[in-house]
Design a protein around this ligand. Structure first.
Ligand SMILES: Cc1cc2nc3c(=O)[nH]c(=O)nc-3n(C[C@H](O)[C@H](O)[C@H](O)COP(=O)(O)O)c2cc1C
Length: 208
């Protein structure tokens, strides 16, 4: 035994299978996505909830080869090694201020996260996979996207496509091409009456 659970994707409680079916592979087929698939992904994101219904997210995407090359050039080499094969690349941005009044929107990243998750779940419904990335060069991304850091937060890049055989991955990535596990349920949700503020960085000391 290597200490890992037999099925790392087993839920502590019975949940809808869509949450376990979504994971982030790196072995992508280069097969293009159809227009319909692309628009269906972003349509799902469009229906995410947001503070004051501001919808502060923006997805800037690339499906044709020349545009994909431009977004791919923003990624760190470790992500370029797999993500540039994917037929759809995008960046997820959030607008820092409310459009009306210009007040700071503290919840913009929270809302954009909900939109990305909607896209990721919709991807699985289409037989696709979405893989988010923080590993990109921020300044290069701002330059390529032509947006100002004062107005926009470039949050993440995302690769979307169909899965391919992991044998096409570099050895180190091939070795980790599998769904992973989660912290136990009791470490991420705690009833207020049992809550004590954590004294270390490990999370709440909750009883089940
Ligand atoms: C915001 C964000 C940034 C991430 N950055 C990277 C990245 O740069 N490279 C990478 O290979 N995976 C990246 N991931 C994928 C995570 O490692 C992955 O989602 C996590 O291990 C959980 O696994 P799962 O998505 O397969 O369930 C990122 C995921 C998120 C949500």
């Amino acid at each position: 035994m290597n200490g890992k659970p037999a099925n790392p994707r087993a839920a502590d409680w019975d949940i809808d299978s869509q949450f376990l079916d979504r994971w982030s592979p790196r072995a992508f087929s280069e097969e293009p996505l159809s227009e319909r698939e692309i628009h269906t992904l972003f349509e799902a994101a469009r229906w995410a909830p947001s503070c004051y219904n501001e919808q502060p997210w923006l997805f800037v995407y690339a499906a044709d080869e020349a545009s994909r090359r431009r977004l791919c050039a923003c990624l760190v080499p470790k992500n370029q090694a797999w993500a540039c094969r994917a037929p759809l690349l995008c960046f997820v941005l959030s607008r820092r201020r409310f459009r009306a009044g210009g007040r700071e929107n503290r919840h913009a990243a929270f809302d954009a996260g909900a939109a990305w998750m909607a896209l990721a779940l919709q991807a699985r419904r289409l037989g696709l996979y979405a893989h988010a990335m923080a590993g990109f060069r921020l300044e290069e991304a701002y330059r390529t996207l032509g947006v100002s850091p004062e107005e926009w937060h470039v949050l993440a890049a995302v690769a979307v496509g169909r899965r391919a055989d992991p044998s096409l991955l570099p050895e180190d990535l091939k070795a980790i091409e599998a769904p992973n596990a989660r912290k136990p349920h009791v470490e991420v949700a705690v009833a207020l009456e049992r809550w004590t503020a954590p004294t270390d960085r490990e999370g709440p000391a909750a009883a089940p």
